[in-house]
Write a protein that binds this ligand. Structure first.
Ligand SMILES: [Zn+2]
Length: 462
């Protein structure tokens, strides 16, 4: 009898120890790979957004954001990006599209009306009492907006609505608020991870695809979607008559693919998407999200868990692979894309060139896009410049051309198979769900290659 009790105790103790040892290392049984775990409590912004679209194409938005002060400073204000306010030619000189109309009707903090200032794409909300470290404030913002027809990113195209950077996005606080003016050349907003619940009410049934896990594809006029650890929340609202769609499986993620009926490219888009997604998971690392939406609307843009790709078969390949790679570099490893676009765009273009090289077993073909970009215009010496210090042409040739080409050269010299992918995999593992900057990249690079790499790094990183 006594022995039996001891045996039971031993089994329980072993169980507890195994649980603690194994809880941080989870393996996917099908693929035999380490699985990326979603971080817990990693965000300081919890968004609850409700919006209504009426038949005239006007959005009424009520956004409530629970903001936690995750810094060691006391805050006297909270700053958000409200990009729609800069989507006109008065605020943004380069802006050429039809202008977006926005009207803010109410701003409150913890239920009390609050003073605020709206300047370019920055919304500054004053706090009557200071917000101390680890304290929370509920900021509520109500506004209406009409999207520009065929605008850039945040746009209405016929009876389709593309909601990019459409809500008050909490700025990233690091030794102060650092919100730059909207710059359409790249992504000028630097946001951190947040948790989202978005409730929508539409005038009729639409196809809805968002940064959340939306589930089976069916047209609907109302719904609530939610997701955690999302860097910025995008949503497409599409007229069901214009799209064909299907859901395909890439490892344990659903890819929901939407292409225009007129383009007749659903099958090839889905096939290439699965191949690229599986390649990045197997060579760089597990993507912990369950759904990626792919919209062939000629947007050429990445958002968390959803991408806008080409609407024609000729441009589709390079754009599709590039935007899928952004899920690893931009979203899961994130950075300030205003000041250091090379970290998201350059590393992404390098990754997609590696995929295309392997896919066709042809390196020249795989890096053709990067080489063409580099030769298109003389690149800058240093690649880690803020957006406003590039010319349009040198931004493109430096970030999409020079960065992938010099990384290729470095790994080619090592003359080891898979050296580049192994490096990207280690880098992904180190920085997932974190903000990385040039300095941290340099330190990681030197540690990884165990020695002084300053001659190489200092020749292109300022
Ligand atoms: Zn990109």
């Amino acid at each position: 009898m006594k022995l039996k009790i001891w045996a039971v105790v031993l089994v329980i103790v072993i169980g507890i120890i195994s649980f603690w040892v194994l809880r941080n290392v989870v393996f996917c049984e099908e693929c035999g790979q380490q699985v990326t775990e979603m971080p817990q409590d990693a965000t300081n912004a919890v968004y609850d957004i409700k919006f209504e679209l009426n038949e005239a194409g006007e959005f009424q938005v009520a956004a409530s954001v629970d903001v936690t002060n995750d810094s060691s400073d006391s805050w006297s204000e909270i700053r958000f990006y409200l990009v729609p306010n800069a989507m006109n030619s008065v605020e943004t000189p380069l802006y050429e599209d039809e202008e977006l109309e926005i009207e803010v009707s109410a701003v409150s903090v913890d239920g009390q009306e609050a003073a605020y200032n709206l300047d370019n794409n920055e919304l500054m909300v004053e706090l009557d009492a200071g917000l101390e470290t680890a304290s929370e404030a509920k900021v509520a913002i109500e506004y209406s907006m009409v999207l520009p027809q065929n605008g850039m990113r945040l746009s209405q195209v016929d009876d389709n609505y593309y909601l990019a950077h459409w809500y008050p996005m909490l700025g990233h606080y690091q030794d102060g608020w650092d919100i730059n003016d909207y710059d359409p050349i790249g992504e000028s907003y630097d946001t951190d991870y947040g948790d989202f619940t978005v409730t929508f009410d539409l005038p009729k049934d639409y196809l809805v695809a968002s940064s959340a896990e939306d589930g089976p594809i069916e047209a609907t006029s109302t719904g609530t979607v939610s997701g955690e650890n999302i860097k910025d929340f995008y949503m497409a609202i599409m007229n069901p008559d214009e799209w064909e769609f299907e859901t395909v499986q890439a490892n344990n993620t659903d890819l929901r693919v939407f292409t225009p009926r007129s383009a007749n490219m659903l099958e090839e888009t889905s096939e290439l998407a699965v191949d690229a997604y599986v390649y990045f998971e197997e060579n760089i690392g597990d993507n912990p999200f369950g759904e990626l939406d792919i919209i062939g609307n000629d947007g050429y843009m990445e958002y968390p868990n959803i991408i806008e790709v080409a609407a024609d078969a000729a441009s589709q390949e390079s754009v599709l692979v590039h935007e899928i790679a952004h899920q690893w570099f931009y979203f899961i490893v994130t950075n300030d894309s205003y000041n250091e676009a090379w970290l998201d765009e350059g590393v992404t273009e390098f990754s997609s060139s590696l995929f295309l090289s392997d896919y066709y077993d042809n390196e020249e073909y795989g890096f053709w896009g990067a080489l063409t970009a580099e030769e298109y215009y003389p690149p800058e010496t240093y690649v880690n410049l803020p957006l406003d210090q590039f010319e349009d042409e040198s931004y493109y040739s430096t970030i999409y051309g020079k960065v992938p080409m010099l990384l290729k050269e470095h790994f080619d010299l090592l003359d080891e198979d898979e050296a580049a992918l192994e490096f990207l995999s280690a880098y992904y593992k180190e920085f997932q769900f974190k903000q990385v900057n040039t300095e941290e990249f340099k330190v990681f690079f030197e540690d990884y290659f165990e020695g002084d790499q300053s001659e190489f790094l200092n020749s292109w990183l300022e």
